[in-house]
Design a protein around this ligand. Structure first.
Ligand code: COI
Length: 411
């Protein structure tokens, strides 16, 4: 009897099924491993005195740890309803993660400084390729909001975002350590990407200056920002993370104040208080922008809902203008800028209107507050909003000072 050979197309399909089966098996193996979470203090202690052996060790930690962390998130994506994974944005992130997972998994062991240089180039390229992950995820999950229960959507997004921050911290920290060891990056008061004595008052002042450099259509100007409290406070932290949050909080406070007092002659000040405790650094931002987070026009019922990705909790998630802005950023090569300085440089270059799409914390995209919350909680801090409706808003940021908390990622 003559058994017909499978057609070429069928052969290709079988081959690809076998490949997927094999790849999925690899994914399962990696996803079954536990992540090796670190504390900020461990990152500082390890990076303080580098030699060839430690650079190579750091490279291999990143090489083996990142695919495990990515595998966990790929499994999360696979567990979503099919209609969600096929949404614009989500599918793109899924592909990016598969590709990065495969590349890391196959990357050979790093044994020398020369090999590490190549490894750093490889990691830097991936960091770049993944620049649009966040807007793509926001777009895809906003579109998927009708298909997911709010708790499921919010916990999924939290795991995705915090894990992404963690991977980028490990990758960027290793590159920074390698560059410092090679003498191509100044490491004054830094270990890798961590500032060893971050000047909190300096961060606040820098954010104020950047925000006030925005152009205005009227002569009213920006509200004054009064800083008080423990202004000499310094502690080890990642400057970009702290500044991202402060920048976002101050921007909201300034915009609300200008809006609320649009018809009066003067603007009430914004007060920023720094409180250094034995374990934490607290920062309170108080404005007189009218509060009203919870009033009916604001589409949220509790302050925490502002952090939510679900349209059930925060109706603005499905606003057309947000979706349009998200589409623009998702398809740009730039994605969202990593640091406040970079964001503002871009902002000035593009002018006020384009900034709608490119400025990570712009309300039209609605990324700033939820991302600030994620940044705050990554090493165990918190962000709390209290609205005094009719008067203003107080925001309380708390960041652990000792660096002893493990990264807040979930396995
Ligand atoms: C990300 O940015 O999403 C990453 O996972 C970065 C990593 C591939 C280096």
């Amino acid at each position: 009897m003559c058994i017909p050979r499978p057609s070429f197309a069928l052969g290709r399909r079988l081959e690809s099924t076998a490949l997927h089966f094999y790849q999925n098996r690899q994914l399962e193996l990696y996803a079954a491993r536990e992540t090796k979470r670190l504390t900020l203090r461990q990152l500082v202690f390890f990076g303080r005195s580098m030699n060839e052996d430690r650079i190579v060790k750091s490279a291999n930690y990143v090489r083996t740890e990142l695919p495990v962390r990515i595998a966990h998130r790929l499994r999360d994506l696979q567990a979503l309803p099919y209609i969600v994974v096929t949404q614009e944005g989500v599918a793109k992130v899924y592909e990016l993660y598969w590709s990065a997972f495969e590349k890391f998994r196959r990357y050979p062991v790093v044994t020398t400084i020369a090999e590490n240089e190549k490894f750093c180039q490889f990691v830097a390229q991936l960091l770049n390729e993944h620049a649009t992950v966040i807007p793509n995820l926001y777009l895809g999950l906003s579109l998927s909001s009708p298909y997911l229960a709010p708790d499921q959507l919010d916990s999924f997004m939290r795991r995705m975002l915090i894990s992404r921050i963690s991977r980028r911290v490990l990758a960027e920290h290793h590159i920074a350590l390698s560059e410092a060891y090679a003498g191509t990056r100044a490491q004054e008061s830094h270990v890798g990407i961590i500032s060893t004595a971050l000047d909190v008052g300096g961060c606040i002042r820098r954010c104020i200056d950047l925000l006030k450099s925005r152009s205005l259509q009227d002569a009213k100007g920006w509200p004054q920002v009064v800083i008080d409290g423990h202004l000499t406070c310094r502690f080890p932290y990642i400057r970009e993370h702290l500044e991202y949050i402060i920048f976002e909080l101050l921007k909201n406070a300034m915009d609300a104040t200008r809006h609320r007092h649009a018809s009066s002659d003067s603007l009430p000040p914004i007060n920023v208080t720094v409180a250094e405790g034995p374990d934490d650094v607290g920062i309170r931002v108080s404005d007189q922008g009218g509060g009203g987070l919870l009033n009916s026009s604001c589409a949220v019922k509790s302050p925490e809902d502002l952090f939510s990705f679900s349209h059930v909790r925060n109706a603005t998630r499905l606003d057309d203008s947000r979706l349009v802005a998200l589409r623009t950023v998702s398809s740009s090569q730039e994605g969202l800028r990593a640091t406040v300085g970079e964001q503002v440089a871009r902002w000035k270059q593009d002018g006020e209107t384009d900034n709608v799409a490119l400025q990570g914390s712009h309300p039209k995209i609605g990324i700033g507050l939820p991302m600030s919350n994620i940044f705050a909680t990554y090493f165990g801090g918190s962000l709390e909003l209290v609205s005094l409706d009719g008067w203003g808003t107080d925001v309380y940021l708390r960041v652990p000072k000792l660096g002893t908390n493990l990264e807040g990622i979930e396995v």
